[in-house]
Design a binder for this molecule. Structure first.
Ligand code: ADP
Ligand code: MG
Length: 240
């Protein structure tokens, strides 16, 4: 379970998160939507401690993420993250990219790491690309490679930060399909996304962020058909 309590985050004088409360249960998929600059990415960065926080807490499986003694490497193994831009190593094959962290961070023997990597590449539909270099892959394939790399750590949670925003429109679907597959398999996910179809069809709950606050959260049926907040309705009218 991920528990965010009264989370405040400032960048200097800029108050970016103004008291966020969010609990994500195991197996749940939460999509986070909202205008650019509303603090969506910052929330994800605070959850896996890529950014320090100013107030409040983030607790993952009972562990206080921002406490001094917390084993940050152990924590990050639980929290897979996929960014907007693919970030694979260009000089390594797809298999080597996925096997790298299991070998180095988890200390798996080479054979085991390679088997795990091949299985995860299969999982995301790249079973025929094991020896391909990232430059030979399409943007959609590169994002699926990034997902396979995250999965190779056998995380309990996946955080997606606009995983499809940098892609050509015709490549978005294959990445969303992969995310949908993970959701169906029961992965707990927080997905910052501009894909309203995905948010509506795949999420258990949708959170609307507005100016550093979680203005509204609820099942897709509420957010998309029956939003309580005027700002939620205005935002959705603009993006649909
Ligand atoms: P979103 O993902 O919703 O577009 P972000 O979380 O990226 O929004 O950013 C929220 C606000 O925080 C924006 O005003 C952004 O410019 C600012 N911000 C984000 N990261 C930093 C940073 N490292 N330093 C200073 N300001 C930042
Ligand atoms: Mg962002």
């Amino acid at each position: 379970m991920i528990e965010v309590r009264n989370l405040h985050k400032k960048f200097g004088p800029l108050h970016v998160l103004k008291g966020i409360d969010l609990t994500v249960a195991n197996g749940e998929v939460v999509s986070v939507i909202g205008a650019s600059g509303s603090g969506k990415s910052t929330l994800l960065y605070c959850i896996n401690r890529l950014e320090p926080i100013n107030e409040g807490s983030v607790v993952v499986d009972g562990v206080d993420v921002h406490a001094k003694g917390t084993d940050i490497n152990k924590l990050r193994q639980k929290l897979g993250m996929v960014f907007q831009q693919w970030n694979s190593f260009p000089h390594l094959t797809a298999l080597e990219n996925v096997a790298l962290a299991p070998k180095i961070v988890r200390g798996l023997p080479k054979k085991e790491a390679n088997e795990l990597a091949a299985a995860q590449l299969n999982h995301v539909g790249l079973g025929d690309k094991l020896t391909a270099f990232p430059s030979a892959l399409s943007g959609g394939q590169q994002q699926r490679l990034a997902i396979a790399r995250a999965l190779a750590m056998e995380p309990r949670y996946m955080l997606f930060d606009e995983a499809t925003s940098a892609l050509d429109p015709e490549l978005v679907g294959e990445v969303l399909d992969t995310m949908r597959l993970l959701a169906e398999e029961g992965m707990t996910m927080i997905c910052v996304t501009h894909e309203m179809g995905f948010a509506r069809d795949v999420s258990d709950r949708v959170a609307y962020f507005h100016d550093g606050l979680m203005e509204e959260i609820g099942p897709p049926s509420q957010i998309f058909r029956d939003a309580v907040s005027e700002n939620t309705r205005k935002f959705l009218a603009k993006v649909r």
